[in-house]
Design a protein around this ligand. Structure first.
Ligand code: NAG
Ligand code: NAG
Length: 551
C-alpha cells in the first residue's frame, strides 16, 4: 500500500496539506544503567516547497518538508542539536512532550532564548513516562505557516502491553490548512493590525513510503495531527472505517468512526484494515464550521490497485456542532489498558480527587490601539524582552509579575496588553473551565501537561454544570476544543514545576495575545522537583552575559 498525491484545484489563498510518511528507525545509544539516548543533528534552512503545486518559500529541516520524524520509546532521552540557517531567530517547541521538571527546554518565547541566525542550540529532552502521538513545530514569529514541523511518536517499552495487535505499518498523517502567502507577509498582516482572512481554495500534497505485506488484510496505524493554523478539520477514508486507539498519549476505547474531527493542535491514532478490493481510495480532509468548506484529498493505494475506486468520495460533517460534540463525548479512556506503565490507565482515579482551585478562562477578540488583538480574561499577552523562565531563574525583576491575569473572566470591557503570568502551587489539583462566548471554535493547549477533559457543553458554564462531568473515563490529553458559545472543563494535577505556555492553537490568535504563562512553583530547590538551567542554555535580553552553571 502506498499513498500518492491526487490533485485538486490550486491557486487560491489557502491549501490543505496531507502528508503521509513512513518512518526510518533512528539509531539508539545505550548508556549503562540509564535510559537510551537518541541523537539528532538538524539544520534549519529556507527552501522551495510546493504544497499548492506552485513553488513557495518553506522552512526545511535537513532539507525536508515536513521535517524528519522522531521515533522514541518511553523514557528515551532525545538530544537534538538545531542549527539555525535562517536569517531570523528560531525555536522549535514540542507539542505534547512534557519536558518534565524542565521548562527551559520547551522552546517557546517565554521559556527559551531564540537560536540566533547562524547559531545552534542542543535541546535535551526526555519522553518521560509518555507514550503516543505528538509533533514539533517552530514557535516564533509566524514560522509555522512555512513548515518546520514534523511528527513525534513515542512507543511503549517492549515489556508494556499495548491494547491492540502490532499494526503492519505505522504512518504519520500531518493535516493542516495552508496559506499561499509567505509567512513574513502573514506576520506583517497581523503586525499591522489586520486578520489573515479565510481559506478560499485548496489543493493537496501527499507522499508516503510503500510497504508489502504477506497477510491478506493488514491493519495499519495512522497517526493524524492537525498542524494547521486556523481551522478544525474532518478526515475520512473512502471505503474504510477508522478504529480509534489513541488520543494524545492515552489509549482509548476502540470505537469505530467513519470520519473524525481533528481540531487545531490535536493528534489521534486510528487503525485501518485494508480489506477492500484493490483500488486507490481517497483520503478526504475538509474544514469544519467554516462558511465555505474547503477540502483536499490524498490517496490510499493498494498494491496491485486497479485504479481509482468506484463511487463517490465520502462526505463528512460541515457546520454541525452537535455532531462534533457527540463525537467528542464518545471518546473514552480505556481504563484497563496500560499507558507508559503496566498498571491500568484508570488506576489513578482522577474523578475522586478533590480540586483545590477553579480557573475560568474566557477568550475574546478585541481592538487595542486600533489593531486586532485577542485576549484571555481581558489580557492580551505580549512577549517580554527576556524569556520569563530565564528571568525567573536569575531573579531579574521588571520582566513579569505573577498574578497579572486573574482566575476568572473580567466581565465586559476592553482588554489591555500585558505579559500575563498566572501563579500556581506545585501539587495543586485544578479545574480549568474554558469559556467561549465567541462564535468561533477554540482550541486550547497547555505545555508541560496532559489533563482530563471532564466535560463540554453549549451555553454558559455554572457550578451546576459539574453534575454533567465524566468523572470515570474521560480521556487524558493536551489539547481541547471549545465549541462556539460553549464551555469545556478539564482537571489537571499540577505535578510539573515550571513556566508553562497556555495558548490558543489558532495561530493568529496565539500570535495576537490569546495566551499566557502558568508558573507552577515550589519553594523546594531539589532537582527532584525541577532541574536547574541547562549548562548550554542560550542567554538573551536582560540575562545576556550571565553564567549558566559551571560545566
Ligand atoms: C552547538 O553545537 C556544538 C556541536 O557542533 C555543541 O558542542 C554545542 O553544545 C552546541 N551549542 C549549544 C548552545 O547547544
Ligand atoms: C481495553 O484495553 C484492553 C487491554 O487491557 C483490551 O483488551 C480491550 O479490548 C480494550 N477495550 C476496548 C473497548 O477497546
Amino acid at each position: 500500500m502506498a499513498a500518492g498525491s491526487h490533485g485538486a484545484g490550486a491557486g487560491g489563498a489557502v491549501a490543505l496539506l496531507v502528508v503521509l510518511l513512513a518512518l526510518p528507525l533512528m539509531p539508539v545509544d545505550r548508556v549503562a544503567g540509564d535510559d537510551p539516548y537518541r541523537f539528532f543533528t538538524w539544520t534549519v534552512t529556507y527552501g522551495d516547497i510546493s504544497p499548492l503545486g506552485a513553488k513557495q518559500q518553506g522552512i526545511l529541516i535537513n532539507g525536508q518538508f515536513p521535517g524528519p520524524q522522531i521515533e522514541a520509546v518511553t523514557n528515551d532521552n532525545l538530544i537534538i542539536n538545531v542549527f539555525n540557517k535562517l536569517n531570523d531567530p528560531f525555536l522549535l517547541s514540542w507539542n505534547g512532550l512534557q519536558q518534565r521538571r524542565n521548562s527551559f527546554e520547551d522552546g517557546v518565547a517565554g521559556t527559551t532564548c531564540p537560536i540566533p541566525p547562524g547559531g545552534n542550540f542542543t535541546y535535551i529532552l526526555q519522553a518521560k513516562d509518555q507514550i503516543g502521538t505528538y509533533y514539533y513545530f517552530p514557535s516564533l514569529a509566524f514560522h509555522k505557516a512555512a513548515g518546520g514541523f514534523g511528527g513525534i511518536r513515542v512507543l511503549s517499552r517492549p515489556m508494556i502491553p499495548v491494547p491492540f495487535p502490532p499494526p503492519a505499518d505505522d504512518y504519520t498523517v500531518l493535516i493542516g490548512d495552508w496559506y499561499k502567502a509567505n509567512h513574513i507577509d502573514l506576520k506583517y498582516t497581523l503586525d499591522s493590525g489586520k486578520d489573515l482572512g479565510f481559506p478560499t481554495d485548496c489543493s493537496s500534497m501527499a507522499a508516503a513510503g510503500t510497504a508489502t505485506h504477506s497477510t491478506s488484510n493488514p491493519t495499519y496505524r495512522f497517526r493524524i495531527s492537525n498542524v494547521g493554523l486556523a481551522t478544525s478539520l474532518n478526515i475520512r477514508f473512502q471505503g474504510h472505517t477508522m478504529e480509534l486507539v489513541e488520543v494524545e498519549g492515552s489509549h482509548t476505547m476502540q470505537t469505530t468512526y467513519s470520519s473524525l474531527d481533528v481540531h487545531l493542535g490535536q493528534s489521534y491514532s486510528v487503525l485501518l484494515t485494508a480489506d477492500q478490493p484493490a483500488y486507490d481510495y481517497a483520503v478526504v480532509v475538509s474544514t469544519r464550521f467554516t462558511s465555505k468548506i474547503i477540502s483536499t484529498t490524498a490517496v490510499l493505494r493498494y498494491s496491485n490497485s486497479a485504479g481509482k475506486a468506484p463511487g463517490a468520495l465520502p462526505g463528512g460533517p460541515t457546520i454541525q456542532i452537535d455532531w462534533s460534540l457527540n463525537q467528542a463525548r464518545s471518546i473514552r479512556w480505556n481504563l484497563t489498558a496500560s499507558g507508559p506503565r503496566p498498571n491500568p490507565q484508570g488506576s489513578y482515579h482522577y474523578g475522586l480527587v478533590t480540586t483545590t482551585r477553579t480557573i475560568r478562562l474566557a477568550n475574546s477578540a478585541t481592538t487595542i490601539n486600533g489593531k486586532q488583538r485577542y485576549a484571555v480574561n481581558g489580557v492580551s499577552y505580549v512577549n517580554p524582552d527576556t524569556p520569563l523562565k530565564i528571568a525567573d531563574y536569575y531573579k531579574i525583576s521588571g520582566v513579569f509579575s505573577v498574578g497579572t491575569i486573574s482566575d476568572a473572566p473580567s466581565g465586559a470591557g476592553s482588554a489591555y496588553l500585558q505579559t500575563s503570568v498566572m501563579g500556581a502551587s506545585y501539587r495543586d489539583y485544578v479545574e480549568i473551565v474554558f469559556e467561549n462566548s465567541e462564535n468561533e471554535v477554540q482550541s486550547w493547549h497547555i505545555d508541560g501537561y496532559a489533563f482530563w477533559v471532564v466535560g463540554m457543553d453549549g451555553g454558559k458554564w455554572s457550578a451546576a454544570s459539574r453534575q454533567s462531568y465524566n468523572l470515570r473515563d474521560a480521556v487524558s490529553r493536551y489539547t481541547v476544543q471549545v465549541y462556539p458559545s460553549s464551555w469545556s472543563a478539564i482537571y489537571m494535577p499540577l505535578d510539573n514545576v515550571g513556566m508553562w505556555n497556555v495558548r490558543s492553537e489558532n495561530w493568529a490568535r496565539q500570535y495576537l495575545g490569546q495566551q499566557f504563562y502558568l508558573r507552577v512553583w515550589t519553594s523546594s530547590t531539589s532537582w527532584r522537583d525541577e532541574y536547574p538551567i541547562p549548562k548550554n542554555a542560550l542567554l538573551c535580553g536582560r540575562a545576556a552575559g550571565r553564567r549558566t552553571r559551571p560545566l
